[in-house]
Design a protein around this ligand. Structure first.
Ligand code: GCB
Length: 880
């Protein structure tokens, strides 16, 4: 056995940091995240640190698609002679999505799937002098590997921690699907006694039979030994043995729950029977809890009813793709806890090991699933990859007390294949059902102590017809009434339908949500406007419906945070904005709404404080502009003060209180008080004159969105955009036309296409179609005027434009428009042909300087030559 001193040498030689160093543990683990060289196939070599993805930048540009191909990572491994005779492994926590590991040019292992750990034995390939590890990762489309399609970006790379494991020849098995070889269960738990079963799989890779002792010790949270058990075994050379230890009668176990996530530690050692030295050791968490789902009464933890409320989570982060460092992973779970959540749906794939460790520690219940999303491939290889992923997921995460559910399919009938060939479609359905049944049976076999879950979208009939609601122990529904279709109030009806028609099947709402772009605000929020205010209304209806129905086990907001989804092209292209947090993890108003609903301690928060910079027109000749302010609270009522003056006490309705606040130009101090709770916020207000000749409100600049009821905050250029209005004499506004309603006249909110050449997509995504004139009745002076245009497409009822790398944005609109724009009678943009001159969905901004004289103000005239003239936005600034 290696002595401590020589280990030290080895560590220095490896030149890396330590991730886990247990005295006399027999094994050593050392992170290998640094000093990698990376290149894309045929690309230049760069130095990188793990976690790394090659897609972090190319998902940010306007171009559709991202690199899906081969990436090659190389690193030296400086092991010295002292490592000889050891069993050496590389532990990969996640490589996306196909991986081949080579050591000194020889293939040591291959792995399929982005989201689970794999462990590669490398001793046989080492020279202990100048070893080189190479990882060839590939995120190409492969029809045999799930996910095939999904609403998230399939980043490629060596994107989770890599570790070197140096073990003695006798060690906990590294052949147990990436797990640590020890599996802990609690066959019996009550408040008075509990039993624990520890199954340890041990390999003897040496050339002699080995007499060892397996010692399992359970420590409480303070480090006191609760109990231990020793088992003597003889393991044949080159063999494996599974040692089962039943530890009975642990008296009065401290129970694990969200309120008190009490963790025990189970340390299992392999000891040399003769020398008593430690040959190998692993440590695992242990929590004592029991739970059940009841179709009538919901979920119970330790015999107490618990509504499981929380969110789903994707693993990517702003500007980092999926290469998210540990600290940020952990922080997500802390943010979920601080929101009042007690449940995490780890969706749509297993995530970093830190996530479930944080759930154990913080008291967050969890479900985990494999990425079988939208559709399947009917091949044996696809089936086997699914089964293998499910096995890896379960065995790698088996010991987490936070996990109560294993899931395996999400909305698998979303993309209905073979719709024009019913007999063929029936074969496909049979295959889907068959795969679901295999995954469900495998899960129950591998882990009888937890529930199985299959997640459907809201198409009730088809999932029941295909038989998918009969297979899992609990059903999950992803419901978006009031978003993709219908109204939010339909949601409650769906819940009641399940309860009535599947009265014996427990269920959860595994997803619900509405996109909210934190830069967009509205006083008349509607579906698809992406306003934060619509998000508030939507979530109030959903939370009320779930919390008032005991048979609903719980619900998970989609999503904890905004996430990358390359094919989305909405107000924030390539991002799904349904998060309660932004992609950089800033809270949106909806996050505060959840705190008000879910936290038990008194809570009071000015949610509109997030909207720090506002603009609006003065009310008549007054020096104020009345605008709503929202407060989220779990108190009955609160009083709001503005610049020291009370606006009165108001009652909360569905955890929100609304006030009309008379904002003055400049800084406004808001303060809300309820009992001993209070919160305050400063809001900067840019007051626009009611009429331009109003001497009390001097005009500086104004930014107006046409065809829009939205406010938009351009955070990069610090510009505040406001909704349009029909022309008012003495002020400003449009004459003629209607808001853009989508290519096929569908009632939508502007275009849902990426506007090329800008990050301010919402400025361009709406427009006034058929506009005749836009007027500013400004006094004489020098002004700068900017007109914003884009030829819009999108907003169709059917599937968005075919995803096409060649010309994603080309689309024949019915009328190709040509029009003249003149300013105060002088030609400015003659024969403007947006599609022909600039291309579709492309940002066009035309600026000019105007000398206004003789009290004529500014009149922008639009003269149609062909089709209807359009204007998307207008900006006016007074120079002097
Ligand atoms: C769903 C999917 C999820 C999507 C979400 C959405 O039902 O399960 O992957 O991201 O809807 O935002 O459309």
């Amino acid at each position: 056995m290696l002595k401590a001193k020589s280990f030290l040498l080895l560590l220095i030689a490896a030149g890396t940091g330590l991730t886990s160093f247990a005295q006399d543990a027999g094994r050593r683990t050392i992170s290998l995240n640094d000093q990698w060289e990376f290149n894309k196939e045929n690309g230049p070599i760069e130095k990188v640190t793990i976690p790394h993805t090659w897609n972090d930048k190319d998902v940010l540009d306007d171009a559709p698609g991202y690199y899906r191909g081969l990436g090659i990572y190389k690193r030296k491994l400086k092991l010295d002679e002292t490592a000889r005779g050891k069993d050496i492994f590389l532990v990969f926590n996640g490589v996306a999505q196909e991986a081949e590991v080579l050591v000194n040019g020889k293939s040591a292992a291959k792995h399929i799937g982005s989201y689970t750990r794999f462990i590669v034995p490398i001793s046989a390939y080492l020279n202990y002098k100048d070893d080189v590890i190479e990882v060839r990762a590939n995120n190409r489309f492969n029809e045999d590997i799930p996910p095939l399609t999904a609403d998230f970006t399939f980043f490629g790379g060596l994107y989770r921690n890599v570790t070197l494991l140096i073990a003695n020849p006798v060690h906990f098995s590294q052949k147990e699907n990436g797990s640590n070889g020890v599996f802990i269960s609690t066959p019996q738990v009550s408040a008075s006694t509990a039993s624990v079963q520890v199954k340890s799989s041990i390999d003897n890779a040496s050339t002699v039979n080995q007499k060892v002792q397996v010692i399992t010790t359970i420590f409480d949270a303070k480090g006191n030994t609760v109990t231990d058990q020793t088992t003597a075994v003889n393991i044949n050379k080159g063999g494996n043995m599974v040692v089962v230890q039943d530890i009975k009668s642990i008296q009065k176990p401290e129970l694990w729950s969200p309120e008190n996530p009490y963790l025990y530690r189970v340390v299992t050692k392999v000891i040399d029977a003769k020398t008593k030295s430690v040959i190998d050791q692993v440590s695992n968490p242990l929590g004592f809890r029991w739970f059940k789902f009841d179709a009538e009464k919901g979920f119970f933890l330790n015999d107490k009813p618990v509504k499981i409320m929380g969110a789903s989570r994707h693993q990517d982060y702003e500007n980092r793709g999926n290469a998210t460092p540990d600290a940020l992973q952990i922080r997500d779970i802390e943010l979920l806890k601080a929101m009042g959540g007690n449940f995490l749906r780890v969706a749509h794939y297993p995530q970093d090991p830190q996530i479930l460790e944080a759930c154990d520690r913080l008291g967050i219940l969890a479900s985990v699933e494999i990425p079988v999303v939208n559709t399947i491939t009917e091949t044996e290889a696809f089936t086997n990859n699914c089964l293998n992923m499910q096995t890896e997921m379960i065995k790698q995460n088996f010991n987490h007390p936070s996990i109560i559910i294993w899931a395996y399919m999400n909305e698998i009938l979303l993309r209905l294949k073979f719709s024009n060939d019913k007999p063929r479609q029936q074969i496909y359905f049979d295959h889907v059902r068959g795969l679901a049944q295999k995954l469900d049976s495998l899960t129950r076999k591998l882990d009888p102590s937890r529930y199985t879950l299959l997640v459907n979208h809201g198409a009730w009939d088809i999932y029941n017809k295909v038989g998918l609601t009969k297979i899992p122990m609990i059903v999950g529904w992803n419901l978006y009434s009031g978003w993709y279709s219908g109204v939010p109030e339909d949601f409650g009806k769906f819940l009641d339908r399940h309860h009535k028609e599947l009265p014996n099947t427990p269920f959860m709402v595994t997803e619900y949500g509405a996109d909210a772009d934190p830069r967009i605000r509205s006083f008349s929020p509607i579906r698809f406007d992406k306003s934060v205010e619509y998000g508030i209304k939507f979530n109030q209806v959903y939370l009320n419906a779930m919390l008032s129905r005991p048979f609903v086990a719980g619900g998970e907001a989609w999503n904890l945070a905004d996430f990358n989804s390359e094919t989305r092209e909405e107000t924030m292209p390539h991002i799904n904005n349904k998060g309660l947090l932004t992609i950089g993890r800033e809270p949106k108003d909806t996050y505060f709404l959840y705190q008000a609903y879910l936290l038990k301690k008194p809570y009071l928060k000015i949610t509109s404080a997030q909207w720090k910079d506002r603009t609006g027109t003065a009310d008549s000749a007054a020096l104020t502009s009345n605008q709503p302010v929202q407060v989220a609270t779990n108190q009955k009522s609160a009083e709001l003060f503005v610049n020291g003056k009370s606006l009165g006490v108001k009652d909360a309705v569905d955890h929100i209180i609304d006030w009309q606040v008379p904002f003055i130009n400049g800084k406004n101090q808001l303060r809300v008080v309820s009992g001993d709770q209070n919160d305050q916020a400063d809001i900067n207000f840019q007051l626009q004159p009611f009429k331009f000749n109003d001497a009390n409100v001097p005009f500086k600049n104004i930014n107006i969105l046409l065809g829009s009821k939205r406010f938009y905050i351009d955070e990069k250029e610090h510009q505040l955009w406001m909704p349009d209005q029909p022309y008012k004499a003495g002020a400003w506004g449009w004459i003629g036309g209607d808001p853009y309603k989508g290519t096929n006249n569908r009632i939508t909110y502007g275009s849902d296409k990426n506007i090329l050449g800008t990050d301010n997509d919402p400025v361009f995504q709406t427009q006034q179609v058929g506009i005749k004139q836009f007027k500013f009745d400004v006094p004489d002076g020098e002004y700068e005027l900017a007109l914003y245009f884009a030829e819009l497409v999108g907003g169709e009822t059917k599937e968005a434009l075919a995803y096409n790398l060649d010309n994603n944005h080309k689309k024949e609109v019915e009328e190709q428009r040509i029009f003249d724009v003149s300013i105060n009678g002088t030609a400015f943009l003659p024969k403007l042909n947006l599609a022909a001159d600039f291309g579709y969905t492309t940002a066009v901004k035309k600026t000019t300087r105007i000398t206004v004289q003789n009290g004529k103000g500014i009149s922008i005239d639009f003269n149609a030559i062909k089709g209807k003239p359009v204007l998307n936005a207008v900006q006016l600034r007074k120079i002097y």
